[in-house]
Design a protein around this ligand. Structure first.
Ligand code: ADP
Ligand code: MG
Length: 701
C-alpha cells in the first residue's frame, strides 16, 4: 500500500472498502484519495479553550464545555419526543436536548462520564440549553492523531453517519490517506510564487488543514489553499481570454467618423456622464486592437447604457459595418427601437425592428436590406438570431440584459460574420467585483457607476400591513396627479398556489378601493398567455390603466416614465437584487418617485436587513455587496448556472483580498509569459492540464 497516490480510487484506502466508497461517492463526490484530501474541514473547535457553564449565553455562536453527563432521560411523545441530558461542570449545569437519533444516543451516551460538549447555546423559556450538541468522550486517546489544539469538523450526512463516517470517521480516513500519500505529494505552484506570496508549501498546507497543531499554521494553510484555488480559476479564465484573442481576429474600427461625430455634437440631447464617456472610450480602444472585443457593461437601471451602446454601433457604421441589438422581450425591443430612432433622427442611419410579430412582408424587406447592406442597425428579439437573418457585414452586436439569453443564442450571433463581430453585453444587475472577476473573468468589464445628473432619488419607505390605508390614500393622491402605480406580488414556484391566492385577494381589495370607471387596473402575471400579457402591459404603457398589478414579470427593462409609485407586497420575501430591480421601474420621469415596501410584522433578521438596506441606499453595487454577504455567492442570481462558485475552500463573499492578489498575480504572469512557456511556469501548465477546477467554462458571449 505504500505507493498509493492522490488519483487512487477511494476504495483502495485502508478502512474504506466498496460500501463506504459507494456512499462517499454518492454523498460527497469523493472518488479518489485526492478528492478526500480536498474535503476540507468547514470549522474547527478550539481545543485550547473550554467555556465554563456560568459563562455561556445565547449570543455565542458556539461553546465548548468540559463536563460530566449526569442524567439522560427521554421525555414527551410523538413529535414532542426528545432526549434530555443534564450536563454539569464545576460552575453550574445545563440541559442538552436531542430530537433525533434518540434510540442510538441513549445507547451510546454514558451517564456519569466526562464529555467535551460542543454546540450553540440557545435560550428557551428563560433557560440556556444546547440542542443537538456534539458529544465526545473525554479521554486521552485522541492524542493518537497528533496533539491537536484545533479539532477539525467535517461536513457529513445522515447516510455517511450510518457507515461511521461522521466528522470523526472522516478524520480517521484523512489520517490514513495522508500517511500513505504524504511523501509523494507534489507542490502545485512554482517556487517563485510561493515566495512572492509567502505561501506555505502544498504538502504542509494539506497536513495543517487536516491536523492543525497551531492556530498560526492553520491560518497559513487556509490562506495557501484559498490562494491556490482562486489563482488557478483566474489562470484558467485569463488563459481562455488570451487564447480567444489569439484565435479570433476582430474587425478593426480605426476611425471615429461622421455619424458618430454628428450624433455626439448635434443630436445627443444631454451631456454624457463621466462614466458613460469612460465606457465609450473603453469600447473605442477595444475595437481598434485587431482582436475581437468581448465586453460586459454593468450599470444600474437608468444609468444610461443604451446610449453608450448606440454610440458604439455608430462607430461600427462609420467603419463600414452593420450593428444589431438584441433584447429579451418584445416590449423592450420596441422601446429600444422607438428610443433609438428618436435619438438618431431620420437621416443619420437606417434602423429597423425585427420581432416575432413583424409581418412577413416587412420581415422579407428587412432580410433583403440586411443582405444588401442598406440597413445599418437592426433592433430585435430572439428573432435576430434565426438563420434566415443574414447580414452583409455585421461588425458589432449588443445584447441587452444578457442574463436572459442562453450561451447558444449568444453563440449564434458570433457566427453571423466570417470574422465574429465585437460583442457588447449589458446587464443592469450589478454584481460585486469578486463575483464579476470570477463569473465574467474572461470578459472585459466596464462599469457605469454614475446616474445622469438631475435624477431625483427614489424615496423608499417600509410600511407594515396595518399602515395599508395610508398607502391607499397615497396611491389615490398620486393617481389624481396623473401618475401611475405598480403593485407587485411575489410568485414563487414552491408556494405558487398560495401566492396566486394572495395575488387574487390583493387584486380584489384594490378593485374595491379603486373602482371602475374612475380607476382602471391592469394585471400581468407569469401564468398568463404571452399575448394577454403584452396586451395588458401595453394598456399600462399607453396610460390607459392607472394601476398595474403584477408579479415579477415586469422586472426586466420596462420603461413607463409616468409610473411614479412602486408598491412591493410581501417585500420581505424578495431577494435584494430583485427588490432593487423592481424599484428601478420607477424614477424614470421628471416626477418624484416612491418605492413602498410592504411587509408583515414578523421579519426574520435577514429580511429586516434587506429592507433596511433598500431604505438606506439606492446604489446597486452596494446592494449587491450586502446581498452577497447575506446569501453567500451560491445564491446570487446567475451564479448557479455558471457552476463557478462551487469552491472547495475559498469564498467569494469573504475572500476578496486573496482573490484580488491572486488575479493580479495571474495578470502579471501573462504579461511576462503570455504563452506560459517559460520553464518556471511548467507546473502551472501541467496543473491546468491535469486537475484544474472541474468546471465547464461557458463562454458568455
Ligand atoms: P439603462 O442603463 O437602465 O438601460 P437607459 O439607457 O434606458 O438606462 O437610460 C435611462 C434614461 O436616461 C433614458 O431615458 C436615457 O435617455 C436617459 N439618459 C441616458 N444618459 C443620460 C445622460 N447622460 N443624461 C441624462 N439622461 C440620460
Ligand atoms: Mg436598459
Amino acid at each position: 500500500m505504500a505507493d498509493l497516490s492522490v488519483i487512487t480510487p477511494i476504495e483502495y484506502l485502508k478502512g474504506v472498502g466498496p460500501q463506504k466508497a459507494d456512499v462517499l461517492k454518492k454523498e460527497l463526490q469523493i472518488f479518489t484519495i485526492g478528492n478526500l484530501l480536498e474535503h476540507y474541514p468547514f470549522r474547527y473547535v478550539d481545543r485550547t479553550k473550554f467555556h465554563k457553564l456560568r459563562e455561556i449565553h445565547p449570543d455565542m455562536v458556539g461553546a465548548q464545555i468540559l463536563g460530566r453527563l449526569t442524567a439522560l432521560q427521554e421525555v414527551g411523545e410523538k413529535r414532542a419526543r426528545r432526549l434530555v441530558g443534564q450536563f454539569r461542570d464545576d460552575t453550574g449545569s445545563i440541559e442538552l436536548v436531542w430530537f433525533q437519533s434518540i434510540t442510538w444516543l441513549q445507547k451510546s451516551l454514558k451517564v456519569g462520564a466526562a464529555y467535551i460538549c460542543y454546540g450553540k447555546p440557545t435560550e428557551f423559556n428563560g433557560q440556556v440549553s444546547i440542542t443537538h450538541p456534539e458529544m465526545e468522550l473525554y479521554t486521552a486517546q485522541e492524542k493518537k492523531i497528533g496533539n491537536l489544539t484545533m479539532q477539525p469538523v467535517y461536513s457529513s450526512t445522515e447516510k455517511l453517519k450510518k457507515f461511521n463516517l461522521d466528522s470523526k470517521g472522516i478524520q480517521k480516513l484523512q489520517q490514513a490517506a495522508l500517511e500513505i500519500v504524504f511523501r509523494g505529494l507534489q507542490e502545485t505552484m512554482p517556487g517563485y510564487l510561493l515566495e512572492k506570496h509567502r505561501l506555505m508549501s502544498y504538502p504542509q498546507a494539506l497536513l495543517a488543514i487536516h491536523f492543525p497543531q497551531q492556530v498560526d499554521d492553520l491560518n497559513a494553510a487556509i490562506r495557501r489553499l484559498k490562494f491556490e484555488e482562486l489563482f488557478f480559476i483566474q489562470l484558467r479564465l485569463l488563459r481562455n481570454k488570451q487564447l480567444n484573442t489569439q484565435k479570433y481576429r476582430g474587425h478593426r474600427f480605426d476611425q471615429v467618423g461622421e455619424k458618430f461625430n454628428t450624433f455626439f455634437n448635434e443630436r445627443l440631447p444631454f451631456p454624457l456622464t463621466n462614466a458613460q464617456k469612460r465606457v465609450v472610450k473603453e469600447i473605442r480602444l477595444d475595437t481598434n486592437t485587431g482582436a475581437q472585443m468581448n465586453r460586459l457593461v454593468q450599470g444600474d437601471v437608468g444609468s444610461g447604457k443604451t446610449v453608450v451602446a448606440l454610440m458604439a454601433m455608430l462607430l461600427a457604421i462609420d467603419n463600414g459595418y452593420q450593428a444589431c441589438m438584441m433584447a429579451p422581450t418584445e416590449i423592450l425591443a420596441q422601446q429600444h427601437y422607438a428610443g433609438l430612432s428618436s435619438l438618431l433622427g431620420d437621416d443619420l442611419c437606417s434602423i429597423k425592428l425585427l420581432t416575432g410579430s413583424t409581418p412577413a412582408k416587412e420581415r422579407r424587406r428587412i432580410h433583403q436590406d440586411l443582405e444588401d447592406g442598406s440597413l445599418d442597425i437592426l433592433i430585435g428579439t430572439h428573432a435576430l438570431i434565426e438563420d434566415k437573418v443574414k447580414f452583409k457585414n455585421i461588425g458589432f452586436v449588443v445584447i441587452d440584459e444578457q442574463h436572459r439569453f442562453g450561451v447558444e443564442q449568444r453563440a449564434k450571433l458570433w457566427r453571423k460574420n466570417s470574422i465574429p463581430p465585437h460583442m457588447l453585453v449589458m446587464t443592469a444587475t450589478p454584481i460585486p467585483r469578486t463575483l464579476a472577476m470570477t463569473m465574467y473573468g474572461d470578459l472585459d468589464i466596464s462599469v457605469i457607476d454614475e446616474l445622469p445628473a438631475g435624477r431625483k432619488p427614489i424615496k423608499t419607505v417600509h410600511f407594515f400591513e396595518n399602515q395599508r390605508l395610508r398607502v391607499f390614500g397615497f396611491m389615490r393622491d398620486e393617481i389624481a396627479k396623473g401618475r401611475q402605480v405598480y403593485v407587485v406580488y411575489p410568485l414563487i414556484k414552491e408556494s405558487e398556489k398560495l401566492d396566486l391566492i394572495f395575488l387574487e385577494a390583493g387584486l380584489e381589495n384594490l378593485q374595491r378601493e379603486f373602482p371602475l370607471p374612475t380607476y382602471k387596473i391592469s394585471i400581468v402575471h407569469g401564468k398568463m398567455p404571452v399575448r394577454d400579457k403584452d396586451f395588458e402591459m401595453q394598456r399600462f404603457v399607453k396610460g390607459e390603466t392607472q394601476i398595474m398589478v403584477a408579479t415579477t414579470v415586469i422586472e426586466v427593462g420596462v420603461n413607463v416614465p409616468n409610473a411614479s409609485v412602486m408598491i412591493i407586497e410581501n417585500s420581505e420575501r424578495f431577494g435584494l437584487s430583485q427588490l432593487h430591480q423592481l424599484r428601478g421601474r420607477v424614477g424614470r420621469g421628471a416626477e418624484q418617485s416612491y418605492c413602498i415596501l410592504m411587509s408583515g410584522n414578523k421579519l426574520s433578521k435577514e429580511g429586516r436587513k434587506r429592507l433596511e438596506t433598500m431604505v438606506r441606499t439606492s446604489d446597486g453595487f452596494e446592494i449587491a455587496e450586502v446581498d452577497l454577504q447575506l446569501r453567500g455567492p451560491g445564491d446570487i442570481s446567475g451564479t448557479q448556472q455558471s457552476g463557478i462558485i462551487e469552491m472547495k475552500i475559498a469564498n467569494l463573499a469573504s475572500d476578496k483580498a486573496i482573490l484580488t492578489e491572486a488575479r493580479a498575480s495571474v495578470i502579471e504572469i501573462f504579461q511576462t509569459d503570455p504563452t506560459l512557456s517559460q520553464a518556471e511556469n511548467n507546473l502551472l501548465v501541467s496543473y491546468l492540464a491535469q486537475r484544474g477546477p472541474n468546471i465547464s467554462w461557458d463562454k458568455i458571449s
